[in-house]
Write a protein that binds this ligand. Structure first.
Ligand code: M6R
Length: 606
């Protein structure tokens, strides 16, 4: 997490840095800061909390420079306060850092023994002291090469120097970093979103690379300090719509956008004329793989769990699902007929990226499903399927979750087709059903009014449970995750059939329980589990789909009916009221919906 920016220009840069930091704020909002070089001195402005807190001080500051760096922080080492806010500086050097330095203790001890004094509790400050030390006897290039080789862990760095006020150094290992090219100025940024309003010409640094950037020139080096050539990419010029429009929060906007984002994705992948899936260049033939392993974190992991049910239903493949942070440290069986699919909205999640790296190193087949197509995961996977849902700003993932499910469903169909495990008629039907999905999502969004009236019960509760069977179980996991990350109230997702093996003991009079039960093969069994929690005093909200045979339940607290799609596609519709339940519960509590406490949008540390 954390976001960094750097600019070398022929005009003052503070306001440009400030504006870019606003775009990067989704990566961290524990503190914000910037530094410029003005009349030979480092001018640091930093504050605890949001970029808005920084704005006033920046606008009233009399010292601005033509070169500068900025940072938004998601705290790792040291509390979220002004002292630990970046940039961190000595008299000669100022540094912003995204990542974690793992050998900080040993480096710090050594530096302290050599007389260095530390002001903060951050790991970043060791970089400042190391550079200051090496600069005494080395030029910039050699200093950076030597310092980077001393660091263990991950970093994206922006560095400025009082003795070289015309240049800015960028370096990366593990954490993402891009260089942008503008008229009489050049930029560094954690991602291309931060740079897109200034330029669409981008170079991504690879792991181990660093660059020396001036307003009219950028030189790239590898980890040995040897100059290298890098490609300049031209990103699509379409302006990123980062306005909330008429919505109070990005999350509300992103929930409402889902009929459109799903429609856009369907249009990308389903050929209108022949109803064929246009997943071109799929690099593997049916005999190339017999097992599929789906990997992600958080919401993306939940999309993977749902897809396991689809793969098992529509193909004969063996299917595993894994949490990236677990996968990367297990003793995995890398077999040559395994296909690994990595799901990530940001494409920068450190654990997912590390899991992908591990598979690439073991020469496995790797496919990425991402939203950010310029991301590290997209660049490093052998085959990429974008979810085409536009930038997601709210930290709680909503439209990306539906997009991930959609692409996972499409790839299930594609694989089922190439393996001849689905017949033409079934295949054609499933494509037709998909085309109806945007309209069904639109209609299901109408459940918002009712769910908003029920949300207070959840925001007043000590905790809640979300239950489901079959592919409604991962939907329950996702509903619980959404509620806890936004309302900060404990919520647990559980397989409905498992309750009697322990969690039933949690149920007490008035506890809100969401039962997710579409009219599928699991319905009757889930209804029995529902009765078991009602009998123990739970206040049950049943989320099911519209059906002609209305069933009445005694003592059921409330029911929400979503539209009816094919059974496969029900997770899309069942998710909608859960997103709104979390949104309205957090709204009642007055929480910061788009930036929940302790979280960040892009989790670039492990
Ligand atoms: O960018 P990614 O999809 O890799 O992110 C994975 C998780 O960090 C993310 O889904 C997280 O769980 C969301 N905040 C959930 O709403």
């Amino acid at each position: 997490m954390c976001g960094i920016i750097g600019i070398s220009s022929n005009k003052p840069v503070s306001t440009i840095i400030l504006n870019s930091l606003k775009k990067l704020e989704y990566r961290g909002y524990d503190s914000a800061g910037l530094a410029t070089i003005h009349k030979g001195f480092i001018n640091e402005i930093k504050c605890e909390g949001r970029v808005n807190n920084l704005e006033k001080n920046v606008l009233t500051s009399k010292s601005d420079g033509l070169i500068g760096i900025g940072h938004v922080r998601w705290a790792t080492h040291g509390a979220a306060n002004t002292i630990n806010a970046h940039p961190h500086s000595s008299e000669k050097v100022s540094v912003v850092h995204n990542g974690i330095i793992e050998n900080v203790t040993i480096l710090k001890k050594h530096l302290i023994n050599n007389g260095h004094k530390f002001k903060s509790q951050t790991d970043t400050e060791v970089i400042v002291h190391l550079i200051t030390e090496y600069l005494k006897t080395n030029n910039i290039k050699n200093t950076i090469t030597k310092v980077l080789n001393k660091l263990h862990g991950s970093f994206a760095l922006g560095i400025i120097f009082t003795d070289h006020p015309d240049l800015l150094v960028g370096a990366r290992r593990g954490s993402p970093l891009a260089v942008g090219y503008g008229p009489n100025e050049n930029y560094l940024g954690s991602d291309s979103y931060a740079l897109k309003s200034m330029t669409n010409k981008i170079t991504y640094l690879d792991d181990g690379d660093f660059c020396i950037l001036r307003k009219d020139k950028v030189d790239f080096y590898n980890s040995e300090g040897v100059i290298i050539n890098k490609k300049i990419l031209e990103l699509s010029k379409e302006d990123i719509d980062i306005n909330k429009g008429d919505f109070k929060h990005f999350m509300a906007k992103e929930i409402a956008e889902q009929p459109n984002t799903i429609n856009a994705c369907i249009k990308e992948y389903i050929n209108k004329l022949n109803n064929e899936l246009s997943i071109f260049n799929f690099p593997w033939k049916k005999e190339d793989f017999n097992k599929i392993i789906l990997i992600g974190c958080g919401t993306a992991y939940h999309a993977c769990v749902i897809a396991k049910y689809w793969f098992e239903k529509l193909t004969n493949l063996e299917v595993d699902v894994d949490i990236a942070s677990e996968f990367r440290y297990r003793n995995n069986r890398f077999r040559k007929d395994n296909l690994y699919v990595f799901v990530s909205q940001s494409g920068e999640t450190a654990d997912t990226h590390a899991a992908l790296d591990l598979c690439n190193k073991n020469k496995m087949k790797t496919c990425a499903i991402v939203n950010v197509v310029e991301s590290s995961i997209a660049r490093d996977a052998q085959f990429v399927l974008p979810i085409h849902c536009g930038q997601e700003i709210g930290v709680a993932s909503t439209k990306a979750f539906l997009g991930q499910m959609l692409v996972l469903y499409l790839i299930t169909l594609k694989i089922s087709k190439i393996r001849n495990e689905i017949n033409d008629l079934q295949y054609a039907n499933k494509i037709c059903q998909l085309k109806e999905l945007p309209e069904l999502i639109l209609k299901t969004l109408k459940t918002e009014t009712k769910i908003s009236s029920l949300s207070e019960t959840f925001s007043n509760a000590k905790g809640s449970m979300f239950l489901g069977r079959g592919h409604s179980y991962p939907v329950a996991l996702e509903g619980a995750l959404k509620l806890k990350e936004l309302s900060y109230i404990h919520a647990e997702g559980y397989p409905a059939g498992e309750m009697k093996h322990g969690p039933l003991a949690l149920i007490e009079e008035g506890m809100p329980v969401v039962v997710i039960a579409p009219r599928d093969d699991h319905y009757e069994k889930t209804m029995s589990n529902m009765q078991e929690v009602i009998a123990r005093g739970a206040k049950v909200l049943l989320i099911t789909n519209k059906s002609s045979d209305e069933i009445k339940f005694d003592n059921l607290w409330e029911k929400i009916e979503v539209e009816t799609s094919s059974i496969d596609l029900m997770p899309f519709l069942l998710t909608i009221p859960l997103q709104n339940l979390a949104y309205y519960s957090a709204l009642t509590l007055g929480h910061d919906i788009d930036k929940p406490r302790n979280l960040a949008k892009s989790v670039t540390v492990e």
